[in-house]
Write a protein that binds this ligand. Sequence first.
Ligand SMILES: *Cc1c(COP(=O)(O)O)cnc(C)c1O
Length: 401
Amino acid sequence: MAFKPANHIQDLQYFGEFGGVNPSISDSSTYTFLSAKSMLDTFEGNTEGCYLYSRHSTPSNLYLEKALAVMENTETANVSASGMGAITQVLLQCCAAGDHIVSSRTIYGGTYAFLKNFAPRFRVETSFVDITKLEAVEAAITKNTKILYCESVSNPLLEVADITALSKLAKKHHLKLVVDNTFSPLSISPAVLGADVVIHSLTKFINGSSDAVGGVVCGTQEFIDDLRNINHGAAMLLGSTLDSFRAASILKNLRTLHIRMQQHSFNAAFLAEKFEADGLKTVYPGLQSHPSHQLFKSLMNTKYGFGGMLTIDVGTQEKANALMELMQKRNIGYLAVSLGFYKTLFSASGSSTSSEIPDDEQEEMGLSPGLIRFSIGLDADIERTYKMMKTCMLELSIIQA
Ligand SMILES: *Cc1c(COP(=O)(O)O)cnc(C)c1O
């Protein structure tokens, strides 16, 4: 039976304290106890439904965590102040000095910089591999490897990870498979496919209004309890706590995610097909020409499509910059990083969100200077958008009439 993540979100019901249709926002950093004993029990994690201090947890954060856990089909979840806050706490929780990580080489720039430059300060080393080559992934595993890390759909090259196969490899070698699912919420359900931990930057599609930063780790009760442990938990001790007001606003936006993802995917698929027909080098997992098209199809929750992200390669950085500036001038979208906004966002990945990756490595992985990454918006009339984009490309001789 197909997994239906949006149904699970919709079935949750929380009322506000006066019968409000939205839950009340917890506006306190600390909580009172009627007895000293129950305070001690709460500190030791032995009480359900008691709150102590808002870095540990808040009712507003718990509502959002519950919704994200049912969306990802995990036992529970822990929200954090950013996607990087979620990623770093998982990696630091699972690894100690001397441990090793095998990671996809095409990942978010910040994650790459953390693994490449920061983690080695604590003697946690990472081997970067082509995640689409399972033999290369297995060959990189050592006796010290603790984590297999990837993005379901990678940034910015849109490579698709075979989560089912990777999870078998992870089990065989007793590793945790950690999947960043930021690019494909609802479309792909990594935990259903065998991932142990699923991470999102809530900043992107899930919140969808480019007004908040947040992150989440979805996993087993045991793992999340460990992250939150007051003596050795990375979530607790590194302190990347999400504010209750933001948790409440992100939860409200999460309720329309299923509609938004369908529109993002519809619009992106429309443009990808047109761009490819115009002779542009276009990468979109929904295109037959995408090397992992069949794989994505076999993993996806069909209804939500192939996502809102696509790339085109216009040859040079100069052309890419000229095109992006012209499209912004005509109000087709914004020259901005990030993704999941109602408006189309575009940036040249090599010189922006992936600039942490050295030029020679960018070239090796196929990240060319003329590559433009698009987060396609919720445009009501995508045909009109395409015509406006085409006019810009013709004017700059990026395509020929
Ligand atoms: C943006 C992003 C992150 C980091 O999230 P923040 O909320 O900016 O900290 C991690 N992974 C992916 C795939 C992203 O796009």
